[in-house]
Design a binder for this molecule. Structure first.
Ligand code: UDP
Length: 364
């Protein structure tokens, strides 16, 4: 069988690309080194009959109707609105910071109209540089040192195993600071979780007569045996180029799954633990889907340097290295032989909808 395009990786980036190209009549071979599709969106039901996200909580959110319609065409989504609490000073506090967070932390009844001037006073008491060049200054310049110390400093150290001063301000932009009482983690117009799971959604994407899938196949073992005009690569950027500019860092997580013998363990799907314990957060999956069980399934996340890559590490050194590799991948893209897509291949901290948007644009 002659294929037009080889796609390396069956995560969200690879599977979206495969589907779009298959619908344009291209014959696609997707190769996947793991035993399952869906990359780190992979989910499956556990012994409690609850759908568990095997690589940490994935909540789909987007402001683009075209992206929402695209994912919904592979299986219906519910309308789950994600809320997070942060365990600090021995209690659960709304996070990201909003008006109610300030009332709780400072023990005051603050009208929404006075939040801005209240934060201004917090900021005036603090030291930082503007424009912010790193994660710490990006947060402190918005909320001041007290709130930074309580919610951000130690979580960030645990998550990335480095001082927040050494991380990009871009990471801080993921977390909004709100003056109103909106306690949701995201405010995108479309939010939800696929009712049958992400794995089923990806399987449905790949279920097309023009797509062939090979699991348990490492690209680097077979690349010389496959003859295609174009390769879409979604694996690690540095690995593709045989680490010629040195290794990029990818952060992993040790996911510890537990069952609690109670119908609910915590009031929301995710509780962050910035200051206490070695884990960063606990996810309780039942909240996502409303699945019924006498028990409840939990996941404790312990960030780690080793294991399946989950995150890119946005430090100055890694960003500089990324640019060197990008020069090489851009050249291959210009030649028309390759496209590099997704978190690992572009070394970007993409959300799921951003991955799909990138694929849409790359294949236009
Ligand atoms: N963060 C933090 N405190 C929190 C939550 C997040 O300091 O309670 C910081 C931390 O550096 C984290 C980053 O913000 O890595 C991005 O958080 P997000 O919730 O987007 O992480 P993800 O869900 O992608 O792991």
């Amino acid at each position: 069988m002659k294929y037009d395009i080889l796609i390396v990786g069956s995560g969200l980036a690879g599977s979206t690309a495969a589907r779009i190209l298959a619908e344009h009549g291209k014959k696609i071979l997707v190769i996947e080194k793991r035993h399952h599709v869906a990359g780190n969106c992979y989910d499956s039901k556990d012994n409690n009959g609850i759908t568990v996200h095997r690589f940490g909580p994935h909540i789909f959110h987007t402001n683009h109707k075209s992206i929402w319609d695209f994912v919904n065409s592979f299986g219906a989504f519910n309308h789950f609105q994600h809320k997070v609490l942060s365990y600090a000073e021995g209690r659960l506090i709304p996070f990201p910071i909003n008006r109610d967070t300030l009332c709780d932390v400072f023990g005051i009844a603050l009208p929404v109209t006075e939040v801005s001037s209240f934060l201004k006073k917090q900021i005036e008491k603090s030291t930082f540089n503007v424009p912010a060049q790193n994660f710490r200054d990006a947060v402190v310049s918005q909320v001041g040192e007290h709130l930074y110390d309580l919610f951000f400093k130690n979580y960030t150290k645990k998550q990335w195993d480095r001082e927040p001063e050494l991380l990009s301000a871009e990471i801080a932009a993921r977390i909004p600071i709100r003056e109103n009482r909106d306690a949701r983690y995201f405010t995108d117009q479309y939010q939800g979780i696929p009712i049958s799971g992400y794995t089923a959604m990806i399987e449905s994407m790949l279920n097309h007569e023009n797509i062939s899938l090979m699991l348990n196949t490492d690209y680097f073992d077979v690349k010389n045996d496959i003859n295609v005009d174009k390769t879409i690569y979604t694996g690690k950027l540095d690995e593709y180029f045989n680490y010629c500019h040195g290794e990029l860092e990818y952060r992993s997580v040790h996911f510890e799954f537990k069952t609690a013998d109670t119908s609910f363990f915590q009031p929301v799907s995710v509780v962050n633990y910035p200051n206490d314990y070695d884990f960063t957060r606990i996810t309780e999956f039942k909240h996502f889907t409303g699945e019924n069980s006498d028990k409840t399934s939990l996941c404790y996340e312990y960030p780690s340097a080793k294991g399946t890559p989950c995150y890119v590490v946005l430090s100055r050194e890694n960003i500089e290295k990324r640019e060197k590799y990008k020069g090489m991948s851009d050249q291959l893209e210009k030649n028309g032989t390759h496209i590099f897509l997704g978190r690992l291949a572009e070394y970007k901290y993409y959300n799921m909808d951003q991955v799909i948007e990138r694929v849409f644009n790359a294949l236009k």
